[in-house]
Design a binder for this molecule. Structure first.
Ligand code: ATP
Length: 267
């Protein structure tokens, strides 16, 4: 199991001059991004940069626009104004969606929804396999790794709609991990999950951040968890949103990472 736990000494450090290093490339940049649902303006000129190896905790009250912001970043909503770049590329030209894993806020399934847990996890292989192309042995291995990591291997053949809310949430985490993403976007991933699983899961995220250079953007209402790792003071504020940031600071190793290695170790 993972030994990494947040401690009081884990205070965030400013990236400062490191910002131009090859370990600190811009993964997501928001420039004056606004969004309105009809006449209701939800976000007003939000500007923020997520850099490689950042762990960003996005905090804000109910209705502050957190989910709306994430949905714009993953291309499900178009900003009313402003620009979003992903990995340095304007959103309209961005194609490498497999670099981004996204776990939306709680998914609810009709109990009769026909897909099995394994099928849902494999469906995360977005962009890697063309439609109708066969799922390879490697794909199945990746799915096994992800299922084992989230401790849902025994549920693999069950229908997704038969699972509890917390179990379904784990399935969607496994689905997001299967592409070995560089950026993981999580919308309240702990909601509906029991405390023990929450702690294990959070420690897994910390391990991936510290040792495997994954960049995180996570919405959370769990201030204790956020503060313990990301510190008390937000790096930036915009309207009702606060961005708490910590960088992994493993400067000695800018190399590629292999999440499968991480998954096997933790599984
Ligand atoms: N599809 C929609 N149509 C109209 N209004 C919407 C829609 N989705 C969200 N809103 C409104 O936009 C505002 C922001 O919603 P959003 O879900 O982004 O907030 P949030 O910060 O994620 O909230 P929570 O913490 O409750 O999840 C809310 O007032 C919400 O009612």
């Amino acid at each position: 199991m993972i030994s990494t736990a947040p401690t009081a000494t884990d205070a965030p450090i400013e990236t400062g001059v490191l910002a131009s290093s090859s370990c600190h490339r811009e993964i997501v940049s928001l420039e004056d991004v606004s969004y309105s649902y009809g006449a209701q303006q939800v976000l007003d000129k939000v500007s923020f940069v997520v850099r490689e190896r950042d762990f960003i905790g996005l905090i804000g009250s109910n209705g502050a626009g957190k989910t709306t912001l994430l949905r714009m970043i993953v291309g499900l909503l178009k900003p009313t104004s402003g620009e979003i770049k992903l990995f340095g590329t304007p959103m309209s030209k961005f194609k490498d969606w497999q670099l981004i894993g996204y776990v939306p806020q709680r998914n609810h399934f009709n109990p009769l929804f026909p897909a099995t847990v394994r099928e849902v996890v494999l469906s995360g292989l977005y962009g890697r396999r063309k439609l109708l192309k066969r799922i390879t042995k490697e794909d199945h291995l990746r799915a096994e790794d992800a299922l084992n990591t989230l401790k849902i291997r025994e549920l693999a053949e069950k229908r997704i709609g038969e699972l509890s809310g917390g179990q379904q949430q784990r399935v969607f985490l496994a689905r997001a991990l299967i592409n070995n993403p560089k950026l993981l976007i999580l919308d309240e991933p702990m909601s509906g999950i029991d405390t023990e699983t929450q702690n294990n899961f959070f420690n897994l995220l910390l391990h991936m951040h510290k040792k495997h250079n994954i960049t995180f953007l996570m919405v959370s209402h769990d201030m204790e968890m956020v503060r313990s790792y990301l510190g008390e003071i937000p790096r930036a504020k915009s309207g009702k949103l606060s961005f708490h940031v910590r960088h992994s600071h493993d400067l000695e190793d800018c190399g590629e990472t292999d999440l499968l290695h991480s998954l096997r170790k933790e599984g």
